[in-house]
Design a protein around this ligand. Structure first.
Ligand code: ATP
Length: 349
């Protein structure tokens, strides 16, 4: 049972707050993703769990035991880094075996454990090679196998895919997802890539400037972002966000008029997702503007229009035909709209 609890955990360097009041229980076997832009405090949070960084305040519990004062090696966590951190002079086999030797695990079990872990990441045929003789994806799999072989209570993964090219990232991501299902070990995974977060996580923690913005399942965060920051960070393309004004239940901005909103008069940021809207019959939609650009995606055509200084995208049928500067009418019914306070950026229910 390896539940991980962070009770009001914070990290300060002098007056600088790296992580502020992080409060969360990660369930046994849960796959939790810490997501946010560079510098938001996700790595620091994970390093505090690993014991590589001291928490300035709060309690960290692993399996119900307070670990704040425990050495990293005693915390029963295994870390996988972006940089792989393999020993260049050792073979793949010895790299994977290394943690067993260091921990004094009965040597008669090593071979079986190394072979089982390497089979899980499909490295069986590479055990005799040195890291320099492997591709980036294979090296990352050695790092994964080296974590697996330890049979830890918690996996900590810090941007493990970010050194891989786009194609390998997708296949290795799938492998990590499958492995986590097979191993059923609590996993905390750091990334700035929202697609990784959405595809891997049971729950996502979105962070900004050391502060947790939202915690929820990928669907919850996609469907109900609590503020503009989360709304613009999750989803591809990013949610369309238009600043405007509401009067008598109608939102207006240049080229935009959306009636039927039950919100008070005043400034409002209106959001909607490209995939939720579509092309309307001429003049029948809520946004009417000239086409700025068209992108053929294969399964759809992405149309962008410029509305009050921002680009707004809408997914049209793959057979939609038009030219740049043609007028287009975009359907933005009230049901697909996300409404955010025009001043604070907080979602309005
Ligand atoms: P990235 O994706 O770039 O790794 P991150 O979200 O993981 O970013 P952290 O590495 O956790 O961010 O850093 C959070 C903040 O704390 C950053 O602003 C960083 O500059 C600062 N920071 C990290 N380590 C130290 C340190 N030893 N001393 C002072 N500030 C630090």
């Amino acid at each position: 049972m390896a539940e991980v609890t962070l009770k009001n955990v914070g990290k300060r360097w002098g007056s600088f707050v790296g992580v502020d009041n992080f409060d969360l229980t990660i369930a046994d076997k849960e796959f939790l993703v810490l997501l946010g832009p560079s510098g938001c405090g996700k790595t620091t949070t994970m390093r505090m769990i690993a014991g590589l960084e001291n928490a300035s305040e709060g309690d960290i519990l692993i399996g119900g035991k307070r670990v704040n004062d425990m050495e990293p090696k005693d915390r029963d966590v295994a870390m996988v880094f972006q940089s792989y951190a393999l020993y260049p002079n050792m073979t793949v086999y010895d790299n994977i075996r290394f943690p067993l030797k260091v921990r004094g695990v009965d040597s008669s079990t090593h071979d079986e454990k190394v072979r089982r872990a390497s089979a899980m990441v499909e490295l069986d045929d590479f055990l005799h090679r040195k890291p320099s003789e492997l591709s980036g994806g294979q090296r990352q799999r050695v790092a994964l196998a080296r974590a697996i072989v330890r049979e830890p209570n918690v996996f900590l993964m810090d941007e493990p895919l970010s050194n891989l090219d786009a194609k390998l990232r997708v296949s290795t991501r799938a492998q990590i997802k499958n492995l986590s299902h097979e191993l059923a070990v609590t996993t905390i995974y750091v990334t700035h890539d929202q697609i990784e977060a959405m595809t891997l996580a049971d729950r996502v923690v979105v962070m900004k400037n050391g502060v947790v913005q939202q915690i929820g399942s990928p669907t919850e965060i996609y469907d109900n972002p609590v503020n503009i920051f989360v709304a613009s960070f999750i989803g591809s393309p990013a949610m369309n966000l238009i600043d405007g004004h509401v009067q008598d239940g109608t939102f207006r901005a240049s080229h935009v008029e959306i009636p039927g909103l039950s919100v008070p008069d005043g400034p409002l940021t209106l959001g909607f997702r490209a995939e939720d809207s579509g092309i309307a019959a001429p003049g029948q939609g809520q946004i009417n503007a000239p086409i700025y650009t068209l992108e053929l995606l294969g399964d759809a055509t992405m149309i962008s229009v410029r509305v009050g200084g921002v680009l707004v995208s809408v997914k049209a049928d793959k057979n939609f035909r038009a030219e740049i500067d043609d007028m287009v009418s975009i359907s933005v019914p009230q049901e697909i709209c996300h409404l955010f306070d025009g001043q604070t950026g907080v979602r309005i229910e």
